[in-house]
Design a protein. Structure first.
Length: 224
């Protein structure tokens, strides 16, 4: 996604958040300035529910966080997150950027920028829910860059603490899915004790168990 294509899509009102994130992930030179121009020119909103009413994509906020990463990398994300203190759900935007980055640096940032939520999910439920989704997307799929052993341990502890706080089945599903990429044998044993999922989530706990044990077998076979 180069800047010319991004501008054309923005002017045609066909731009999507994924387009902005894709350009940010490449750290396209000049992206921050271009996003600032587009945001002002097209009067993008900073809020999903602007004062005039309705619901819109807050492209101005996406432009800010994407531009911060494109310009300054992970330190730019950290600075943007710090500057958003007091505003609604800034963690959501940063996590969305981290989801599309496939680097060790982005893995490390996940655990440093969201340390408070990892250590005390009960006090940071909004970020904790999004963090579980990000852990799933970053570590549970083929081709993912795995966490370090210490990161996996920390993620497991976080997910185990978050599970009893998840009161909706969809939220528990989110946690169980995240366990696939960081769980160990103890996690698999825990999944044998949870209330079985129903409806569209039926069998999820069993498939998560299988995914964990398959990953553990593969890691053991690859060990020297």
């Amino acid at each position: 996604m180069n800047i010319n294509t991004l501008r054309k899509k923005a002017k045609a009102h066909t731009i999507e958040v994924e387009d902005i994130l894709a350009a940010a992930a490449r750290r396209t030179p000049g992206l921050q300035a271009e996003l600032q121009r587009l945001s002002a020119e097209l009067e993008w909103s900073h809020a999903p529910h602007p004062p005039a009413g309705g619901h819109v994509v807050p492209f101005a906020r996406w432009a800010e966080v994407a531009g911060a990463y494109a310009e300054d990398g992970i330190p730019g994300l950290a600075g943007w997150l710090h500057a958003q203190a007091g505003r609604e759900t800034p963690g959501y935007y940063v996590l969305a950027v981290l989801q599309v980055l496939k680097t060790q640096e982005s893995n490390d940032a996940l655990f440093s920028l969201f340390a408070d939520a990892l250590d005390d999910p009960a006090s940071h439920l909004s970020d904790a829910s999004e963090l579980a989704a990000t852990i799933n997307l970053k570590f549970s799929f083929k081709g993912s860059l795995p966490p370090t052993p210490a990161q996996a341990d920390r993620a497991r502890s976080f997910l185990m603490a978050l599970y009893p706080l998840a009161h909706k089945e969809s939220q528990r599903c989110n946690v169980v899915c995240a366990m696939r990429g960081v769980g160990d044998e103890t996690t698999a044993e825990f999944l044998a004790t949870v209330k079985p999922f129903g409806g569209p989530y039926g069998g999820l706990e069993k498939s998560a168990q299988q995914a964990i044990r398959k990953r553990l077998r593969s890691a053991a076979a690859a060990a020297p």
